[in-house]
Design a protein around this ligand. Structure first.
Ligand code: FAD
Length: 625
């Protein structure tokens, strides 16, 4: 957004993380703010917004932000009951503190695709922002004088929308075999397309013809070094989705974690995929040599900087393997740059369609929803030959992945265990090669003894209750059972360590779901052991693909035990935990519990009751997609 503001609208925007408040920026000095925020956990602010949130929550002066114009873009997922909560709460709080919304705030929903909200919201943002800035520019308020330079450059009468005239010269369809993007574009009739302006690229890359020397990954200091000491398959050979379990041993210090936390794992892209990309870029011979990455001498952009996640001296192979996300779908600005690196006229036109305003739907449908990677796009457009600096600058950074910890520090504070499902994506619907999940494939291929960089992601609320005898209802199909194995181990060890505590006082209920009990019942032996030693009081298993088994989903088991569950929640203050990667499960479980409670106790306003469970942290979610 910062780049679009400066490149396309001549608005010089400062970009901050919210928690840089009072260090890099002061709310008192900012006349206009556009806030973009996700929510984490159960609607809490993301970790780099908590200080910001604390500050504005504590502020007492109702006029504190009366000088401020603002809008919010919330990023969320409607499968969570507190959809976009952080954005909504910030939005409300700004209003309470006297700020004026200059453009309606928007809530992008990952469940249906964020772009369908973000694209139109962004289109409307720029004219609204320009109008707001121009009004402020006319004001005499001294605090806004520093804006006048950028406002003077604004040309409010002309919208900066480059258009292009080029018709498809031959067919208007891509061939429909599995190697091509199989869409027939209604846009072929259009002679004029509205393209995003070409982004300015700011990096220069010099090839230093010496073999790569040891490079220092810039992120290393922020992570703990651990060693892979065990990897084991938890599922039967016949299981549809294999699930693996691994142990990581911390080398030096203790790793602070509790059951309910997740671990953030730094991973690398697949070597073969990187090689395919290097070949396609015609860089395979130069791949091992060092690159010197710097800001281009022609650069005029104030905000230009060498990405911090790439060492300034490393080979292209290193950057593509360890630093850049080569798997995610190219954004429209990269496609726009690809247009100018393409020689074939039909391919140029197709790329223009994909990145044009008119082509938003086909871009979402054929690129984003099918998860086409940059290599897929280059394979579809053989005459496109982008320069390497463009990719280094415009591919996003490779992000670490999270895994729920399934061990307890009471057992070993220097070792953690987690489980992961192996993912495989077929080459179809435009995907030009078979691929596996990036991190899960990497975890599966590294040798025992390999160093793995990790960090804890402390869970704010997904924690065992403070008193051991509070009833605990754990609902976790598939790999969603992972944190509950950690919970049970922790309960087992803490109950042993408390003098005189009788395990019979534990009140633990586990609802687990798999496809076939004989093929993919994760942690079956361990769960039985917890049952035998009385740590786990009740286990109910659902199996979705077994003939003649009455409980397909966890919610069927919840319904079958409805009276007990309702009683535990309503009369005995039970805490309910729901964990897993199946979004419909999360919604269905909530509906089932609401229904059970309503029927058992005739609760009139059940939605209000469910909300009260959530706000009092007795209904807790840990879900992922
Ligand atoms: P990626 O390469 O990232 O691929 C997975 C992504 O590919 C999906 O997000 C999906 O958007 C996309 N995709 C879907 N279909 C296709 C397709 N046809 N072609 C290409 N791409 C497609 N996972 C576990 O297994 N166990 C856990 O305990 C666990 N705990 C988590 C806890 C938290 C708090 C969070 C946020 C996530 C957790 N996850 C867990 C998920 C985990 O972080 C990863 O997302 C998952 O392992 C996949 O990572 P990957 O790099 O292997 O796959």
């Amino acid at each position: 957004m910062g780049d679009i503001a400066s490149d396309q609208h001549q608005i010089c925007a400062d970009i901050f993380e919210l928690d840089e408040i009072d260090k890099q920026f002061k709310l008192e000095d900012e006349p206009v703010m556009v806030i973009v925020t996700s929510s984490t956990g159960d609607g809490e602010p993301p970790s780099n917004a908590s200080k910001f949130w604390r500050k504005i929550r504590r502020e007492k002066n109702p006029q504190f932000l009366s000088h401020m114009k603002y809008t919010v873009l919330g990023l969320g997922d409607t499968n969570y009951s507190n959809f976009c909560n952080c954005g909504r709460v910030l939005d409300r709080r700004f209003e309470e503190l006297g700020a004026t919304r200059f453009y309606p705030s928007a809530w992008a929903d990952d469940a249906v695709g964020m772009d369908s909200t973000i694209e139109p919201w962004l289109q409307g943002l720029w004219p609204a922002l320009k109008e707001t800035l121009s009004k402020i520019g006319n004001s005499t308020d001294a605090s806004v004088n520093n804006l006048s330079d950028s406002i003077n450059q604004l040309n409010l009468s002309t919208e900066n929308k480059p258009t292009v005239d080029r018709q498809l010269s031959s067919s208007n369809k891509f061939k429909s075999d599995k190697d091509t993007i199989t869409y027939s574009s209604g846009l072929a009739e259009l002679t004029t397309l509205t393209l995003p302006p070409k982004p300015t690229h700011t990096l220069a890359v010099k090839l230093i013809e010496s073999a790569e020397s040891a490079h220092q990954a810039s992120i290393e200091g922020q992570y703990h070094a651990s060693t892979l000491t065990r990897r084991e398959c938890l599922t039967h050979d016949a299981a549809v989705k294999p699930v693996m379990s691994i142990d990581l041993q911390l080398s030096e210090e203790e790793f602070v974690f509790e059951p309910g936390d997740a671990v953030k794992v730094v991973c690398a892209n697949n070597e073969n995929e990187v090689d395919l990309l290097l070949k396609r870029l015609q860089w395979i011979d130069k791949a091992p040599y060092q690159l010197d990455i710097s800001i281009s001498p022609d650069n005029t952009k104030k905000s230009a900087k060498v990405p911090t996640y790439i060492p300034s001296m490393c080979s292209l192979r290193y950057a593509l393997t360890n630093c850049l996300d080569i798997r995610s779908s190219p954004r429209k600005n990269l496609l726009r740059l690809f247009v100018d690196c393409t020689t074939d006229e039909d391919e140029k036109r197709r790329l223009e369609e994909l990145c044009s305003k008119e082509g938003s739907e086909i871009y979402i449908k054929y690129i984003l929803e099918e998860h086409l990677s940059v290599l897929d796009i280059l394979n579809h457009f053989p005459s496109c030959q982008p320069d390497v600096p463009i990719l280094i600058e415009f591919l996003p950074s490779l992000m670490p992945r999270f895994y729920s910890i399934c061990s307890s520090p009471l057992d070993d504070a220097r070792s953690i265990q987690f489980v992961y499902s192996l993912l495989k994506f077929e080459p179809k619907n435009g995907r030009t090669y078979e691929r596996n999940g990036v991190c899960t494939n990497w975890l599966n291929e590294i040798d025992l003894g390999t160093k793995v960089l990790i960090q804890t992601r402390i869970s704010q609320h997904f924690r065992l209750p403070l008193t051991l005898d509070t009833p605990v209802i754990m609902i976790g199909p598939g790999t969603g059972v992972a944190p509950f194995i950690g919970f049970l181990e922790h309960l087992h060890l803490s109950s042993k360590s408390i003098n005189g505590f009788d395990v019979n006082n534990l009140n633990t209920w586990l609802f687990y779901g798999c496809r076939h009990r004989r093929r993919d019942f994760l942690f079956e032996e361990q769960i039985q052991m917890y049952q035998q030693i009385n740590v786990l009081k009740h286990i109910f298993v659902a199996a979705s693909r077994e003939d003649n088994y009455p409980y397909r989903y966890v919610q069927d088991q919840l319904r079958a035990n409805g009276k007990d569950i309702a009683d535990l929640i309503y009369h005995r203050n039970a805490v309910i935990y729901v964990c897993g990667d199946i979004k419909v499960m999360v919604r269905d479980v909530r509906e089932t519990i609401a229904q059970i409670l309503k029927e058992t106790f005739d609760i009139q306003n059940i939605e209000e009751y469910m909300k009260s469970l959530e706000t009092s942290r007795r209904y807790l979610l840990d879900i992922w997609s």
